[in-house]
Design a protein around this ligand. Structure first.
Ligand SMILES: Nc1ncnc2c1ncn2[C@@H]1O[C@H](COP(=O)(O)OP(=O)(O)OP(=O)(O)O)[C@@H](O)[C@H]1O
Ligand SMILES: [Mg+2]
Length: 329
């Protein structure tokens, strides 16, 4: 369950749901109109009585009732497509490091009232490392940087636990906002969140590109209120995002500084692994490698590392036992 995307994995079929964490609610009747991709399309386009709610903010539940409904919708959807699945399944859910006991309880309660028989909570960076097939239970350290929509989690894992970590409320959404701000300041044009995200994915980069790229963006001219299009290039977008990216990189360095030296030596040997959607930003691996002098690898299919990690844990109770979040004890 991420700020941006929610994925579901079943031991029978693998990844069965991968949709934006958005729920459209009719505020007059409290009725759910759409969940996931269908609801995402409504963001910013709904009439007053319909709200497209993103129930997770910075990786944690901000709207309990809507989160519960979203989980229930996805569990029901999975059931509707499978006859063999237990009606009240065991569920493993990834949670961020920087989460309070109350927030943990909220995740567990939301899953239980959505129909889960038993709920296990696992740290998302641990799940991401397992999904990336890293040796999490061995006496050797690995560093995982998961850059999602709301949060960037930097974790050093060794012997089945997270040794040092840092969680920042700076990730993909912040980069989108940087682009919105830049276009407003430079061109006096207001663009929407979804447009900004498209620009980031299409031409965004953390390091200069071999081939320059540009694209047209459409928004509202803040001077006369009319629609207007403007062309932006990769170097402008890089400049727009540079402060946020600099802060993320700076925090990776400080996390390394607070990591015991033996573990840093291991990390130097294995490299830093990037997961989460933000890992796919062009040149980010290179920039981090240059700043830390440590090799950096983008995990295979970074958007699904966390859910594939929880999937591996579903079928490996021994490993689950070793890496469970302290919340379960
Ligand atoms: N090719 C890409 N380049 C840059 N960013 C990308 C790319 N593809 C996806 N993203 C970004 O990745 C983010 C979503 O990643 P992910 O699904 O891992 O987040 P999440 O798990 O929902 O959020 P969080 O972990 O913060 O709760 C979005 O901000 C999205 O714009
Ligand atoms: Mg995430």
């Amino acid at each position: 369950m991420g700020t941006k995307n929610t994925l579901v994995y079943t031991d029978e079929k693998g990844i069965v749901v991968s949709e934006p964490s958005v729920v459209a609610v009719n505020m007059r009747t409290d009725e759910i109109l759409a969940v996931g991709e269908e609801a995402r399309k409504m963001v910013g386009k709904t009439p007053a009585h319909i709200q497209a709610i993103k129930p997770l903010v910075d990786g944690v539940i901000s709207d309990f009732e809507v989160t519960e409904k979203m989980i229930k919708y996805f569990i029901d959807k999975v059931h509707a497509e499978s006859f063999t699945l237990a009606p009240r399944p065991r569920v493993i859910i990834g949670i961020p490091m920087d989460i309070t006991e109350v927030e943990k309880k909220a995740v567990e309660d939301a899953a239980k009232s959505a129909g889960a028989r038993q709920v296990f909570l696992i740290e998302e960076s641990m799940a991401a490392a397992i999904g990336a097939r890293l040796p999490v239970t061995e006496a050797t350290a690995t560093m995982v940087v998961d850059i999602g929509g709301g949060t960037t989690e930097i974790s050093v894992i060794s012997l089945g636990g997270v040794v040092t970590w840092k969680s920042l409320r700076l990730a993909g959404n912040a980069l989108d906002n940087d682009i919105i701000e830049y276009v407003r300041e430079e061109f006096n044009i207001l663009i929407g969140e979804q447009v900004a995200e498209k620009v980031k994915i299409k031409i965004g980069s953390a390091a200069p590109l071999k081939e320059p790229m540009e694209m047209q963006v459409k928004g509202r001219d803040l001077i006369n209120g009319l629609p207007k299009a403007v062309t932006v290039n990769d170097s402008q977008i890089r400049e727009a995002m540079s402060r946020t990216l600099g802060q993320i990189i700076e925090n990776i360095k400080t996390t390394l500084e607070t990591t015991p030296p033996e573990l840093v030596a291991d990390i130097y040997e294995h490299g830093i692994y990037l997961t989460g959607g933000g890992a796919m930003l062009r040149g980010l691996d290179k920039e981090i490698a240059q700043a830390t002098k440590i090799p950096v690898r983008v995990a295979d299919d970074p958007l699904t590392c966390v859910v594939r990690g929880t999937g591996i844990l579903l079928t490996d109770p021994e490993l689950l036992e070793k890496v469970l979040s302290p919340a379960n004890e």
